[in-house]
Design a protein around this ligand. Structure first.
Ligand code: FAD
Ligand code: 8R5
Length: 448
C-alpha cells in the first residue's frame, strides 16, 4: 500500500509551519497556495506588514528549529506606550522583565522563512494553485492556476489552512453541517504607515507597542526593523466618529488633529493612505465541527478566526500545528488524530476568541480608568508575592503555554479575588495581604 500523504491547502502561516513539521518527521506532504511563490515575486500579502509574536508562537518555531532566525529579524516590544488625550505618554511593562516581551515580526519574511525551511525538509509546494472545490466521496481536489486551467488531483487527507475565507470550509459545508456562526463587530480597521526619520531612526520609542486609547476607538502602532511603524486605526464603521463619516480629507485631518494630536505629525501620508487603504473586517468565526473523518480537517483561521486585540491569531494557529503534528505522530489512524485534535482544541479556541474581544475594551478605554489601574497594580503585587499560583491572565496568554481555557478559568478566580480585596477602596493602603494569601492557596493550584 502506498504511504499516506497529507495535502495542505494554503502556504500561509499555519500551512507552511505544518508542512515543515510534517516533512521534518518524514511524512509526505504537498502544499497548494493560490498566490505566487513569495521567494520569486516578493510577498503579495496585502495584509499588515508586521505582527506580534508571543510565547505560544515562539515555542512552535523553537520546536521547528527556527527561533533564532526569526528573532534575529524581530523588534522587542517590552510593553505598551500609552499616549493619552492630553498628549502625555506612560509606559506599562507587559511582563516581569525582558524574558516576558512580545516580538514585532514581518509577516512576509516569516512566511518566506517557513516555506523555505519546509521545502528544504522535503515538502512539495505548488504556487499559483487556487482550490476551487473538493469532492470528498471521490477524494479529489480541483484547482485553477494562473493560466485559468482546471487541474484535478487525488488526495488521502486534506488539511485546510486557507485562512478566514477558507474554500475548503465552503466545500466541507456542502457535505456536512459545520455549525458555522460568524459574529461581526461593528468596528473595522485601517492600516497607516509611520515612516522612519530621515536618518533611518525611529520617531518614537522602538521597543514598545504604541497605543492611543480613546474610549470608543483607538490607534496602535507596532515597530518595524527599518525604523518605521505600522499603525492601525480601530473605529466603528458607522456613526461619529466612524469610517463612513470620514469621507473627506478635511474630516480625516479633523479627527486626527482633535483625537490624536501626538500621532498626526508622525503620519505624513495620512490622507492619501486613508483613501487608498480599505477598511478591514473584524469578526469571530465559530464552527461546531472542523473535520470529516480522516479525509479533511480545518486549522488556523479557517477553523477559528478571531478578532486581533490579543495578538493571538497567528500564535494560536501555530499552537494548532504543534498539537496536530503531535497527534498525527501518535495515531496511525488519521480520523482518530483529527477527532482528537478537534475535541482538545475547541475549548481553547473558544476561550481565546472571547478573551480577544475583552482585550479590545481593556486597550481602548480601561487603561485610563482609575479602578482598572488600581486592580492592575494589585494584580502585579499578588503576582510578585505568589509567583507560582497567581499569574496575571494577560501573562498566561502571552508568556505561558497553559491552555487558553484554563487561563480563562484561573483568570476568573483571580478577578474575583482582586475585586473582593479592593472592595470600594480608592487606594491599596488597606489591602489585607494575608487574607489574599489564604484565598490564593486554597483556590489556585500552582501552575504547571
Ligand atoms: P493565513 O495566514 O491567512 O494563510 C492562508 C493562506 O491560504 C494564504 O496564503 C492564502 O493565500 C491561502 N489561500 C486562501 N484561499 C486559498 C485557496 N482557495 N486555495 C489555495 N490557497 C488559498 N496574529 C497574531 O498572533 N499577532 C498579530 O499581531 C496579528 N496581527 C495581525 C494583523 C493583521 C492586519 C491581520 C489581518 C491579522 C493579524 N493576526 C495576528 C492574525 C493572523 O494573521 C492570522 O491568525 C494567521 O495568519 C492565521 O494563519 P492561517 O495560516 O490560518 O491563515
Ligand atoms: N490585527 C496585537 C496585542 C495586545 C497589545 C496590548 C493588539 C491589526 C488587523 Cl489590536 C492588536 C495586539 O495588550 O497592549 N498584541 O498584538 C496586535 C493587534 O493588532 C494587529 C496588529 C492587527 C488585525 C489589524
Amino acid at each position: 500500500m502506498p504511504e499516506h500523504e497529507i495535502t495542505v491547502i494554503g502556504a500561509g502561516l499555519a500551512g507552511s509551519l505544518l508542512a515543515l513539521q510534517l516533512a521534518q518527521r518524514g511524512v509526505r506532504v504537498r502544499v497548494f497556495e493560490r498566490r505566487p511563490d513569495p521567494r520569486n515575486v516578493g510577498y503579495l500579502g496585502g495584509r499588515s506588514i508586521n505582527m506580534a509574536l508571543a510565547e505560544r508562537g515562539l515555542h512552535a518555531l523553537r520546536g521547528a528549529g527556527l527561533e533564532r532566525e526569526v528573532l534575529d529579524h524581530a523588534v522587542m516590544m517590552r510593553g505598551r506606550m500609552v499616549h493619552d488625550a492630553s498628549g502625555s505618554e506612560r509606559f506599562f511593562r507587559y511582563g516581569r522583565d525582558d524574558s516576558e516581551v512580545l516580538w514585532s515580526i514581518h509577516r512576509g519574511r516569516l512566511n518566506t522563512c517557513l516555506i523555505q525551511a519546509a521545502e528544504a525538509s522535503g515538502a512539495a509546494f505548488h504556487f499559483g494553485c487556487m482550490l476551487e472545490s473538493a469532492d470528498f466521496a471521490r477524494r479529489e481536489l480541483r484547482f485553477t492556476g494562473d493560466d485559468a486551467q482546471l487541474r484535478r488531483t487525488a488526495f488521502d487527507s486534506v488539511i485546510g489552512a486557507d485562512g478566514a475565507n477558507s474554500t475548503l470550509r465552503v466545500a466541507l459545508q456542502r457535505v456536512i453541517d459545520l455549525g458555522e456562526r460568524v459574529e461581526s463587530m461593528a468596528h473595522g480597521y485601517k492600516e497607516l504607515r509611520i515612516p522612519s526619520a530621515p536618518n533611518g531612526a525611529f520617531r518614537v520609542e522602538p521597543h514598545a507597542l504604541h497605543l492611543w486609547p480613546r474610549g470608543g476607538f483607538m490607534l496602535i502602532a507596532l515597530p518595524n526593523l527599518d525604523g518605521s511603524f505600522t499603525a492601525t486605526l480601530f473605529l466603528p464603521r458607522h456613526g461619529a466618529p466612524g469610517f463612513d463619516s470620514l469621507d473627506s480629507p478635511a474630516a480625516v485631518r479633523a479627527l486626527f488633529d482633535a483625537e490624536f494630536p501626538t500621532a498626526a505629525p508622525l503620519l505624513p501620508d495620512l490622507v492619501s493612505e486613508f483613501e487608498r487603504n480599505p477598511v478591514g473586517p473584524l469578526a469571530t468565526l465559530y464552527l461546531q465541527r472542523w473535520h470529516l473523518d480522516g479525509r479533511a480537517l480545518l486549522i488556523g483561521d479557517a477553523a477559528h478566526a478571531i478578532v486581533p486585540f490579543h495578538g493571538q491569531g497567528m500564535n494560536c494557529a501555530f499552537e494548532d500545528c504543534v498539537e496536530l503534528d503531535r497527534l498525527l505522530a501518535a495515531h496511525a489512524d488519521t480520523a482518530t488524530a483529527f477527532a482528537e485534535f478537534s475535541a482538545r482544541r475547541k475549548p481553547d479556541t473558544d476561550a481565546i476568541a472571547s478573551m480577544a474581544i475583552e482585550n479590545y475594551v481593556e486597550m481602548r478605554d480601561a487603561v485610563v480608568d482609575e479602578r482598572f489601574a488600581l486592580l492592575k497594580q494589585l494584580e502585579r503585587s499578588l503576582a510578585g508575592l505568589h509567583p507560582e499560583r497567581f499569574v496575571p491572565r494577560y501573562s498566561m496568554i502571552m508568556f505561558r503555554r497553559i491552555g487558553y481555557a484554563e487561563a480563562q478559568r484561573r483568570g476568573q478566580i483571580q478577578q474575583r479575588i482582586l475585586d473582593d480585596l479592593l472592595g470600594n477602596a480608592s487606594d491599596l493602603d488597606a489591602i489585607d495581604y494575608s487574607a489574599a494569601a489564604q484565598r490564593i492557596e486554597s483556590e489556585l493550584d500552582p501552575l504547571p
